[in-house]
Design a binder for this molecule. Sequence first.
Ligand code: PLP
Length: 401
Amino acid sequence: MNSRTYLDHSATTPLDPRVLDAMGPFLGGSFGNPSSLHYEGRVARAAVETARAQVAKLIGAEADEIIFTASGTEADNLALIGAIRASGKPGHLVTTAIEHAAILQACKFLAAGGTRVTHLSCDADGLIRPEALLRALQSNVTLVSIMAANNVVGTIQPLEELAHLTKLNGALFHTDAVQAGGKIPLDVNNLRVDLLSLSAHKLHGPKGIGALYVRKGVHLSPIVFGGGQERGLRSATENVAGTVGFGAAAEIARKEMTNEATRLTQLREHIAAELKRLFPNSYLFGHPTQRLPGHLSFGFRGLEGELGKLLTALDEAGIAVSAGSACSAHHAGEPSAVPLAMGYDAQSARGLIRVSLGRFNTQQEIARFLEILATIVKKLHEVAERKAAPQSMLEADPTFV
Ligand code: PLP
């Protein structure tokens, strides 16, 4: 498997070996329950609290503003359902048409309970326009939820401005920063967000552990009930090893972010330039500059219907990329809602290929990817042209059968 090139870091990332080292003791001898008062329990509690401080530092928060959850999905659900329930009214929630299913499905659940939900649309680059938010804020709004960066096209939202408008109108602001966390600087105080979701497995940490930042003074109702862990907001015995891994991953991401973002942006720009040079029929999705460092989404005109074949051929050649989000991978052939919301027609949207780079990708891997991609795309074009040829001959000469 070592010869494989993994270019699907928006789906998940490989565990950094330094994270695995940090987790090791908590998968073995240090097995205590953080709620226990004896030595074993105190060791576990200390490890969880160290991790809480590390995750908090990544986003400029205080440690006691971090609630650990079992995933980014759960953090999103807790933010939305928890905030609406705590408000004591069905309320009005404003979100966008390009959110992850964790937000959209939580909104659906709330709407069934009477919450009014408004979905803002985006522009052709995937940006939510502040004017659109301002219009929605004119009716009484309880909570605004806008993702920090999009998982399908990589566009980064003007969060500071969006949160500022929301606060001026007295509503709470939540951001799903699952894709952005650890990749771009996020400071909850500069951004003035009230709630922010993170997930460890998107930043070279383990799966099954997420976090919700909850600004001091913001009230949430729990959505999981039990022993009252995590300040009563997320009952359950803590996932100590996962939490420790999240802390270590957050610490590494914070320290290495600037250099890593520069390196990944260079690799991404190299891919974009080569796509333009090698394939005049290629097209890019998302904002040209306001985008996640290692994220590139593109398509090939004339090959939109061949996406499955293209991804399979890449996979067989040892390269993992995806069509849109991992969650939509089982709906192959259906266009992702994100490019559709950006105004792409169904055909162009269906052709979306997502390449997302990570910490261990090298220049050599990218060179190999481009070489293999060129061979596959050339072959697929030849096949597509051959398919089209008899058709055009038929049209020119109906007696040709
Ligand atoms: N939000 C966004 C933007 C995501 O990309 C994802 C995962 O792909 C999630 C939420 C869900 O996170 P998790 O996989 O930790 O449940």
